[in-house]
Design a protein around this ligand. Structure first.
Ligand SMILES: [Zn+2]
Ligand SMILES: [Zn+2]
Length: 403
């Protein structure tokens, strides 16, 4: 697989997207008496009861295709209609079915719709994330081109639970498995976590004591999972492999902290402090930058497109220079172009629902835990930023009054 260069134009031109839409309308309006077209019309009209009835009484077959090779599931996914997709899947719809003219799958359409939850549902049902359409794009690449970064991250973070369970059973000559079966759920959740910022990973691990006590084997399993991913040939998702490598690397740093932590000290706390220590407001913490660069440097698959993009982008930045290694990694992994609308959490990089510090309105946080964790940095400038904020507000009030 390869990553598209930022300059390439989106494979779905506007006309192509409109084409899909107009085909649907034509197909459904031509012959309303025809049961098949009637069924597709119900999908288009979000007629959940009608669709459900047709399937139950056998008026329609769940995997039948319209004249363009599209199944009902594809139509529903194209509209991002989660509820309709659920109904179709409950009736046994083939998640990888259909033979669309341009090689799109239901997951391609879900990625285009922008509904990350729907992408997750389709993946859980076994949707193949590595199928390429007629222009050679996977669902994640299509989602990236239309700017649906949540879908990209969701698709790239998806790992089948079976892939983790494999390590919890002795293989070959082994008498004990590589992974304690008690770790499977926690590790699977950690891998599926979209945000793999080292601080977010550390906070998740702290909440899952089982991972802390099995750090050594968890690290080994993550490294082997990355390796197995890279051996999948044309099915390889190198982004997923890189992500698993980053998780392993972060846990290695954390393990070092665990083994050297002083009596009574929380190793996760001291690790996070090392990552986030920073002297200037809004600055890029050097510890974090160094750790992330180490993640990139130690990725053994240097010829991959993801690696080449990362190295090229990071080479242009000094350690601690804005926008920092995390921004670079995130943009390569999630196919971001340009800047974020939302200010990410100052602690863990989370992008959704951040709230500003109530006093200074300068740094934003995704929750109270993150605000608390970041206080040792934030307290250095909170007062000063609060004064600046008050001054700005006063001058804004003045200018509205004078108008
Ligand atoms: Zn946070
Ligand atoms: Zn503050």
């Amino acid at each position: 697989m390869r990553i598209m260069a930022e300059t390439e134009s989106p494979p779905v031109s506007k006309s192509e997207t409109t084409e899909v839409k107009s085909q649907e309308v034509e197909g459904s309006e031509e012959t309303k008496t025809d049961d098949k077209n009637d069924f597709f019309t119900k999908i288009t009209n979000n007629d959940i009861t009608g669709v459900s009835n047709d399937l139950t009484v056998g008026l329609a077959e769940v995997d039948m295709q319209d004249e363009h090779g599209m199944t009902a599931l594809m139509h529903a996914a194209y509209r991002g209609n989660e509820k309709m997709c659920d109904i179709l899947l409950d009736h046994g719809a083939d998640v990888n079915g259909g033979s669309h003219n341009n090689g799109y799958t239901a997951l391609h359409f879900a990625g285009l719709s922008g509904n990350a939850g729907l992408c997750q549902i389709l993946l859980q049902k076994g949707a193949n994330p590595m199928v390429k359409n007629s222009v050679g794009r996977t669902p994640a690449q299509m989602a990236a081109f239309v700017g649906n970064h949540n879908c990209v991250a969701t698709i790239n973070s998806f790992v089948d639970r079976k892939d983790v369970e494999y390590f919890a059973v002795p293989q070959g000559m082994e008498t004990t498995p590589k992974l304690d079966p008690m770790c499977v759920s926690s590790l699977h959740n950690l891998i599926m976590q979209v945000n793999f910022h080292p601080v977010r990973v550390s906070l998740t691990v702290r909440k899952n004591a089982i991972l802390i006590t099995h750090l050594e084997s968890v690290i080994k399993v993550l490294e082997q999972m990355a390796e197995r991913e890279m051996k999948k040939g044309i099915e390889t998702n190198e982004i997923a492999a890189f992500k698993m490598h980053c998780l392993a690397q972060t846990l290695k740093f954390l393990q070092l902290e665990v083994t050297t932590a002083a009596e009574g000290k929380d190793p996760v706390d001291s690790f996070i402090h090392k990552l986030l220590r920073c002297d200037s407001a809004g600055g890029i913490p050097e510890g974090l930058d160094r750790e992330l660069r180490e993640c990139v440097k130690s990725f053994p698959f240097i010829k991959t497109a993801v690696m080449q993009q990362l190295v090229a982008n990071l080479a242009q930045l000094q350690i601690g220079e804005d926008p920092g290694a995390w921004s670079v990694i995130k943009s390569v992994v999630n196919g971001h172009k340009g800047f974020q609308d939302n200010d990410p959490c100052a602690t863990c990089g989370e992008e959704s629902n951040t709230k500003k510090c109530a006093r200074c309105h300068y740094d934003g946080y995704c929750d109270q835990e993150c605000q608390l964790v970041h206080w040792f940095v934030h307290k250095k400038y909170c007062k000063q930023k609060a004064a600046e904020h008050a001054k700005l507000q006063a001058s804004q009030r003045e200018s509205t009054k004078s108008k």
